[in-house]
Each structure stands twice: as C-alpha cells, then as structure tokens.
Design a binder for this molecule. Structure first.
Ligand code: NAI
Length: 291
C-alpha cells in the first residue's frame, strides 16, 4: 500500500516547528500541497513571526514539494478565513485539515488567571473550531474531507497544573465526538490524536533520558494515515501516539446500580453503599499511570 496525496491540499496549523512541521513535511513528501500555518509566537502565545513557517516552506520546496506559508492566528476567525481563501485561490480545494497549533500557560488552578484560561481556550479550542468551520462547507461540497485534531492526555485523563490546557483539549475531543457524526454523509472523517513528543513545549516536562525516544516524526505516520482516502471508515476515534507506540483510547462503562423504577428510586444511603462497594472495580482515572 503506497500512500500518496497528489492533487490534494492540506492545511496544517502550527506547522512552523515541532509536531506540525513534521506532519506538514510528511504530507508534502507524499504529494500534498500544504499550507504551513504558524503564528510564530513563544510557547505561552506571546509575540509572532513568519520566519518559522517560511523556513518549513523552503524545506518542503527544496525537497521538490509544494507549500505556502501563512501567519494566521488560529484564534481569529477573520485571519483563518483569509488563510482558507489563500489556499482556495491558489489550489482550488482543501482536502485535509490538521488542527495542531497550540500554546501552554501551565499554572495551578489557584494561581492561574482568567486571562490565561481564555487565551489557552481561544488558541486550542476556538482555534480548532475556527479552522474546522472555515473548511467545513468546502469539504461538504467536495463530499470529501479529512480532519485530525490534536488533543492531549491532559484533556483526556488529566494532569496537575494544566486545568486551562486540559479543559481546552477535552473540548477539542468533545467537538470531534459530535462533529464526526455530522461528517458521515459527506465523506468527512474527524479524529483526535493525543501525542507525546519532544518539542519546545515538552523539553522542560519530558525527562532528558526520554527525549530522544519521542521524536515528533514518530507521531506523524498515524496522522498522515488518517488523512488518506483509505481511512474513510475511521472517524470519531481518539488515538494516543508517541515513542513509536500507537493506541486507541475508548470509553469504558462500569455498571454500579440499576433496578426497576417501580422498585423505588435509589435512596442516598443505598446508592452510597453500592458506590463504595463497587469502587474496587472502577478503572483508573489515568489509564497510563493506574491508581
Ligand atoms: P510547539 O510549540 O513546538 O508547536 C506549536 C506551534 O503552534 C508553534 O510553532 C506555534 O507558533 C504555533 N502556534 C501557537 N499559537 C498559534 C496560533 N494562535 N495560531 C497559529 N499558530 C500558533 O509544540 P508541539 O509540541 O509541536 O505541539 C503541537 C500540538 O501538540 C499542540 O496542540 C500541543 O498542545 C499538542 N501536544 C503536544 C504534546 C507533546 O508531547 N509535544 C503532548 C500533547 C499535546
């Protein structure tokens, strides 16, 4: 099975470096024309520069691929619309959207400001919504689309000091879980992926001896596969990817108590006893760590 994207157009947000850069290069290598979007700011979302996006475009072109740089802030819908228009004017279609742009403002809930919360939600959640909204009509009309959004284990099962980021990333997963149903009859798939990779975002978090085992390039293959025509039946799914391991994360329902309504609504004491008794059967909050 040789996977190619000749004639297809992809937008990869936040692809001036890190994971996005790797996804953009892999798609371009396989024939996709790529919009390399990046605001070019610091990890906390401050500042901006077009240099990183331009450098990735130069890298793609040097390898014989086709790409354009775009500096839209994904949190601003008018800039996102202009980016989509830029791609349509140049190439006339959009087949693939990888929502990857992101920032960090880690603080405990007590210390974090509402401004940090808003900023993180705006970039991750509204950014993913803005980009998806701007291409959705085009993909519906084409009756074809592949959308992969970037969530995080922090949003799927939690992490200390990342309430703003976790809320935004869980929101992205929630967006996907409803949206994929709306894409079904239009040939549009929507999935999320929670990566683990060494990037400027994680150099302070990933232990040094782990860093070389988690290259961004090891996250791109499943993303790129989800963007192929072959993956038309994979939608609505959550994947965990990093260090060359790929896993599916699914829901698990653990029954606790049920009886016919005619036997009476559970009393608080009754249900409390049943909840306490069943706790040993509850799966861990964080499946990767247990406990
Ligand atoms: P990174 O910091 O290397 O790359 C993020 C890119 O997004 C940067 O180039 C930045 O300029 C761009 N960006 C930020 N705000 C933007 C905006 N408003 N508009 C357009 N571009 C913007 O980080 P990394 O690690 O490559 O992260 C990529 C994605 O993966 C993020 O969504 C991140 O939250 C997510 N992620 C990464 C993990 C990891 O282990 N590296 C773990 C879990 C999630």
């Amino acid at each position: 099975m040789s996977i190619r994207y000749d004639g297809q157009v992809a937008i990869v947000t936040g692809s001036g470096q890190g994971l996005g850069r790797s996804h953009a290069i892999e798609l371009a290598k396989r024939g996709a024309k790529v919009v390399v979007n990046d605001l070019g700011g610091a990890t906390d979302g401050t500042g901006g520069s077009s240099e990183a996006a331009k450098a990735v475009v130069a890298e793609i072109e040097a390898a014989g691929g086709e790409a354009i740089a775009n500096g839209a802030n994904v949190a601003k819908y008018d800039e996102v619309e202009a980016m989509v228009q830029q791609a349509m004017d140049k190439w006339g279609r959009i087949d693939i959207l990888v929502n990857n742009a992101g920032i960090l403002r880690d603080k405990s809930f007590a210390k974090g400001s509402l401004e940090d919360f808003k900023m993180v939600l705006d970039v991750h959640l509204m950014g993913s919504i803005n980009c998806t909204k701007a291409v959705w009509g085009i993909m519906r009309e084409q009756a074809y689309g592949r959308i992969v959004m970037t969530t995080s284990s922090s949003g799927l099962y939690g992490n200390f000091g990342q309430t703003n980021y976790g809320a935004a990333k869980a929101g992205i997963a929630g967006l996907m879980r409803c949206l994929w149903l709306e894409g079904l009859k239009y040939g549009i798939t929507v999935n999320v992926l929670a990566p683990t990779a060494t990037s400027r975002m994680t150099t302070d978090i990933l232990p040094e001896d782990m860093q070389e085992n988690f290259p961004p390039e090891a996250v791109s293959p499943p993303i790129v596969y989800l963007c192929t025509d072959n993956a038309k039946d994979i939608s609505g799914r959550q994947f965990l990817v990093g260090g060359n391991a790929v896993s599916l994360l699914s829901w698990q329902v653990t029954p606790i108590a049920k009886r016919d309504l005619s036997d009476g609504i559970w009393g608080v004491e009754e249900i409390g006893e049943l909840m306490d008794a069943s706790r040993e059967n509850w799966p861990p909050i964080n499946p990767m760590r247990g406990g």
